[in-house]
Ligand binder design. Structure first.
Ligand SMILES: Cc1ncc(COP(=O)(O)O)c(C=O)c1O
Length: 428
């Protein structure tokens, strides 16, 4: 039986103020800040399974999932053991080792579109490198990006996200990108008609995750694939969030569309900082030292991260894991949906596998402009209502929340119950 306790967070509030004096905004990644929902950030001391533990002694049921990585919950014992073992042998060699071979072998085995892969340290690095590779391989410079998709914070791709107003991006870099609406194949076709022979690649999240979870409409990914092939542009799927989460082989496995290049990160590391990008050998051989597209990294493919990746792929490849995750997600959503219908709040649910959004909007979110209509103030009230009862959701109204295999039925039912109360009490 899960009970609701009164939570105080005095120490977190102090630490939050202290850190903000030393680190801008008190966060090393702006997503983490509470600027959208208000209040102090929480300082955590431990993450285990479906739970987060803060420095004031409070426990939270976690639906942030560390922004994606924690698909099996936090600190899975087998992953921790594998990483500890690798660490004991040396955290970085600056030279090849067998764990890289094993993880690359597994990835190529599980993800059909990959013949070769390069490991890097984050999703940002993976996408940035894949875009350079696409430009180098095609000899073209223009990039199509889809409004509202987030691909990390490198110059060429930030314009697609809701952080497009960032200063510091040189105009010539921004001028190389076309921004097209997500789920709008017609707009993409028009762009190709005008610029077809200059477009190096279409970069997209196959399921959008940063403007609410938005699955692709039926036939959309197939049409994007067809247009890219027709105009000789590469299709890059950013599967940093969806890879190893929607299916072991990512969204490309679920929707049956084969990109030319794919980017991974988050869940692939089992909690360790990872990024990876890959595709057919014919494209990947453009990378230095075989070809002339340069990309490098001191910590890329380090043994501890590779050990985390191998272990998570081993665990995720066990039969039934994605069926079980789907069952839990369906249970969660059926309960939430019932709560919404009972309380008659203008809230929608959008999900793809175990990534989901509780959307405070009267209309479905299908693209970036729809996401601007989300009631962020109502979400902030909902967020704090849950937080005060020991449930941690993303501190932004539109970023994907994540369920993990570690969540129990009891925890899911408890969450549904608290959400129902929130819908009633918060005057959403
Ligand atoms: C789809 C997608 N691509 C790229 C990134 C960037 O990854 P990282 O934060 O590891 O640099 C993210 C992170 O949220 C993401 O969701």
């Amino acid at each position: 039986m899960i009970t609701v306790k009164q939570l105080t967070r005095t120490l977190s509030a102090q630490r939050s103020t202290q850190l903000a004096r030393l680190v801008p905004g008190g966060v090393n990644s702006p997503f983490r800040s509470f600027h959208e929902v208000g209040g102090h950030t929480i300082f955590f001391s431990k993450a285990q399974g479906s739970r987060l533990f803060d420095i004031d002694g409070n426990t939270y049921l976690d639906y942030l999932g560390a922004w994606g990585p924690a698909i099996l919950g936090h600190s899975h014992p087998a992953i921790v053991a594998a990483c500890q073992d690798a660490l004991a042998h040396g955290p970085v060699f600056g030279a090849p080792h067998e764990l890289e071979l094993e993880l690359a072998t597994r990835m190529v085995e599980y993800i059909e579109s990959l013949e070769q892969v390069r490991f890097v340290n984050s999703g940002t690095e993976a996408v940035m490198s894949a875009v350079r590779l696409a430009r180098g391989a095609t000899g073209r410079s223009k990039l199509v990006i889809l409004e509202g998709c987030y691909h990390g914070h490198s110059d060429s791709v930030l314009a697609s996200s809701r952080h497009q107003s960032s200063l510091g991006i040189p105009q010539p870099s921004a001028d190389q990108s076309f921004l097209i609406e997500f789920n709008n194949a017609h707009a993409l076709a028009e762009c190709f008609q005008s610029w077809g022979d200059e477009i190096a690649a279409v970069l997209m999240e196959p399921v959008a995750g940063s403007m609410c979870v938005i699955p692709p409409e039926a036939g959309y990914l197939q049409e994007v694939r067809r247009l890219c092939t027709k105009y000789g542009a590469l299709l890059i799927f950013d599967e940093v969030l969806t890879g190893c989460r929607i299916r072991l082989g990512g969204a490309q496995e679920l929707y049956g569309v084969k990109p030319d290049l794919s980017c991974f990160g988050k869940a692939l590391g089992g909690g360790m900082p990872i990024g990876a990008y890959g595709g057919p050998e014919a494209i990947m051989r453009n990378l230095f030292p075989v070809g002339r597209v340069y990309q490098a990294g001191t910590f890329s493919g380090n043994p501890v991260t590779m050990a985390g990746g191998i272990e998570i792929l081993r665990l995720l490849s066990e039969p039934g894991i994605f069926t079980e995750l789907e069952r839990k997600s369906a249970r969660f959503f059926a309960g939430l949906w019932q709560a919404i219908e009972q309380t008659k709040v203008p809230v929608r649910l959008q999900r793809a596998g175990s990534m989901f959004s509780i959307v405070f909007s009267g209309q479905p979110v299908k693209n970036f402009s729809d996401s601007l209509a989300v009631d962020t103030k109502a979400y902030a009230r909902f967020f704090h209502y849950l937080l005060d009862r020991g449930i941690y959701m993303p501190p932004t109204a539109v970023d994907a929340a994540c369920l993990s295999a570690a969540h129990t039925n009891e925890e899911i039912d408890f969450t549904i119950d608290i959400c129902r109360q929130a819908f009633e009490d918060v005057r959403i």
